[in-house]
Design a protein around this ligand. Structure first.
Ligand SMILES: Cc1cc2nc3c(=O)[nH]c(=O)nc-3n(C[C@H](O)[C@H](O)[C@H](O)COP(=O)(O)OP(=O)(O)OC[C@H]3O[C@@H](n4cnc5c(N)ncnc54)[C@H](O)[C@@H]3O)c2cc1C
Length: 231
């Protein structure tokens, strides 16, 4: 894994992806080698108290000296309240990259399922951007769960990846709204035959644990399941 560094990031772009998810791009004061799927910790100081908060890197490592993040603004959340008010030009101390939730290029499997809820989709955006062009013989399916169409983000980017790469399937699914696309939680859209495939899961605790349990019940061996929990 790449070395863990202390560095600074200056916000160069901030925009809304949905009503409660923002996109932030940070220009770094040094190059940050990382693997798609890894995360950084941001030192947040609020009312004299400092906490380290983790965020998955959204972009591919091909983008130098830059990291993009997608951040859910949780009402009253310690870091969320800072990010809500943050402006272009603001500087944050960071540390990273951290984590082992990275794509195993040497795994023998042909079929990979990336299962995400909400901002848990961030590491998969980085992995797909980086690995898709390099692995034309492997098949990738992204199952992306949100509540309603208003909560969908990066939707056009993932649709473009699906059009661009015949080995990429993108299935957005809505749990609280009917539409022309898939309906229900991500777990409902797992393949019928689960053996012989690799599963990567990312999101909040409950979704990760439920999905893991379902996969294990269906005979998937623990070795074929990788996961990252946001809480
Ligand atoms: C390895 C790792 C990577 C992470 N990557 C991301 C990321 O890319 N984007 C991101 O938005 N968050 C990510 N998180 C979560 C993030 O670190 C914070 O927990 C989150 O931003 C809330 O922090 P806060 O200080 O604003 O809220 P707090 O004051 O800590 O309040 C926490 C409350 O917010 C809820 N909550 C926390 N995260 C989320 C979320 N993503 N969606 C819905 N509810 C949430 C918790 O269940 C809890 O109720 C990651 C966490 C880990 C451990």
């Amino acid at each position: 894994m790449p070395p863990i560094l202390d560095f600074q990031g200056r916000i160069t772009e901030k925009r809304n992806l949905t009503h409660d998810v923002i996109f932030i791009s940070l220009q770094l004061d040094q190059d940050l080698p990382f693997k798609p799927g890894q995360f950084v910790s941001i030192k947040i100081t609020r009312n004299g108290e400092t906490k380290l908060k983790s965020y998955s890197i959204l972009n591919s490592p091909d983008k130098k000296k830059t990291i993009d993040l997608c951040i859910k603004l949780v009402e009253g959340g310690f870091a969320s309240e800072i990010f809500k008010e943050a402006k272009v030009g603001d500087i944050f101390p960071l540390k990273g990259p951290f984590g082992h939730f990275v794509f195993d290029e040497n795994a023998p499997e042909q079929d990979y399922y990336f299962i995400a809820a909400g901002t848990g989709v961030a590491p998969f955006h980085s992995m797909l951007q980086y690995h898709l062009p390099k692995l034309p013989t492997k098949n990738f399916t992204l199952l992306f769960g949100v509540r309603t169409q208003h909560d969908l983000f990066l939707h056009e980017e993932f649709k473009t990846l699906q059009q661009q790469y015949s080995n990429c399937t993108y299935t957005p699914t809505l749990s609280r709204e009917q539409w022309t696309g898939a309906h229900g939680r991500v777990q409902y859209h797992l393949p019928q035959e689960m053996k012989g495939k690799m599963f990567y899961i990312c999101g909040l605790k409950e979704m990760v644990l439920e999905t893991k349990e379902l996969l294990l019940k269906n005979g998937v061996i623990p070795d074929k399941i990788r996961s990252e929990r946001y809480t």
